[in-house]
Design a protein around this ligand. Structure first.
Ligand code: SAM
Length: 237
């Protein structure tokens, strides 16, 4: 996973470049253990929770991999799919057209904070939060998600946790997917330089601070993990 360099139009440096979009779908399953399984579990979790006509917000939808999996799992679900990378969003749109679900998707070429207000039943932020520094940026991103969810709405967050023992196993797994040792070392170095991962304890605190209930783990693979967290249900008046 490669975030683009800071761009002349002052987009955040977390935004993926058009070049990154061109081979993202080849790279990502070899970089993220259990990538497809995480989507399957996300879809199963939402299918158990959401109404047939649910509205879902996909923040940082990239090339649309979770979009396509969720659109297949909920044939009447509608989506707000946003990504500030025009290149990534163009691939997502093309794939949605191919899968015949484009009419159920509103695409937004924007960051989450610029997204128009509007409440959703559920939200996904997959592989985005670890790019955002924990200097108020993560809390702002999670709060922006909370503000776009109805009371009782559900968030699935796919994120990376820095555990040295798991990082070494992650390196072994990367090598087993066919990556050269130098490329493996480059990925591992990036987790410490370009990524801003936080511990489970810190992530829980951030979610609580941002307006979510305590999260539950629904997937974990060598540091990559998916959390389910709800907005509190408002007390009856
Ligand atoms: C690693 S990709 C993940 C794509 C997809 N969710 C997946 O799991 O394959 C991260 C995406 O987040 C987008 N992104 C970066 N900063 C963002 C922000 N502040 N708000 C929304 N999306 C952002 C990037 O442009 C990129 O497409």
């Amino acid at each position: 996973m490669t975030a683009g360099s800071p761009s002349p139009d002052h987009r955040p440096s977390t935004v993926f470049s058009d070049a990154a979009a061109s081979d993202y779908d080849d790279r990502v399953p070899r970089l993220v253990p259990g990538y497809a399984l995480a989507h399957d579990l996300m879809a199963a979790t939402f299918a158990s929770l959401l109404p047939a006509d649910a509205r879902l917000l996909l923040a940082g939808c990239g090339t649309g991999n979770e979009l396509l999996r969720l659109a297949a799992g909920g044939p009447r679900w509608r989506f707000s799919a946003l990504d500030p990378s025009a290149g990534m969003l163009a691939v997502a749109r093309r794939k949605a057209q191919g899968a015949g679900c484009e009419s159920r998707v509103a695409f937004h070429a924007t960051t989450l904070d610029q997204m128009p207000a509007g409440l959703h039943d559920a939200a996904v932020a997959a592989l985005v939060l670890h790019f955002i520094p924990d200097d108020g940026g993560k809390a702002a991103f999670l709060s922006a998600l909370a503000q776009r969810l109805r009371a009782g709405g559900a968030l699935v967050l796919l994120d990376y946790e820095p555990v040295p023992l798991l990082a070494r196993a992650y390196g072994q797994w990367l090598q087993a997917t066919g990556l050269e040792r130098t490329a493996v070392d480059a990925v591992l170095a990036k987790t410490g330089t370009q990524w801003h991962p936080v511990t489970d304890t810190r992530l829980r605190a951030l979610l609580l601070e941002s307006g979510f209930e305590p999260p539950r783990l629904i997937f974990k693979a060598l540091g990559f993990q998916a959390w389910l967290a709800f907005r509190p249900v408002e007390p009856a008046a």
